[in-house]
Write a protein of this length. Structure first.
Length: 79
């Protein structure tokens, strides 16, 4: 399983803080994001920052292994 975490406005748009997705061979960060976009279209267009197992990533071709944790975050600013 892949544990998926949603933060900020993404969590608000999905109505979820986390979900579990079955791991399948060949699953990449990009394919996971596309899968979630089909389920949560309003939320996933906000996902501009991603982390896999606690590390910020940008490579959508990154392969995901079973038991990975993936976080989707929107841009934010502080003041």
């Amino acid at each position: 399983m892949i544990k998926v975490l949603f933060f900020g406005p993404i969590a608000a748009a999905t109505g979820e803080r986390d979900v579990s997705v079955a791991h399948v061979p060949g699953l990449t960060l990009g394919s996971l994001k596309e899968m979630l976009a089909a389920q949560y279209p309003e939320a996933m267009h906000l996902a501009t920052m991603m982390a896999v197992n606690g590390e910020h990533v940008r490579d959508l071709a990154l392969p995901l292994v079973d038991n990975s944790e993936v976080a989707f975050m929107a841009k934010f600013s502080g003041g």
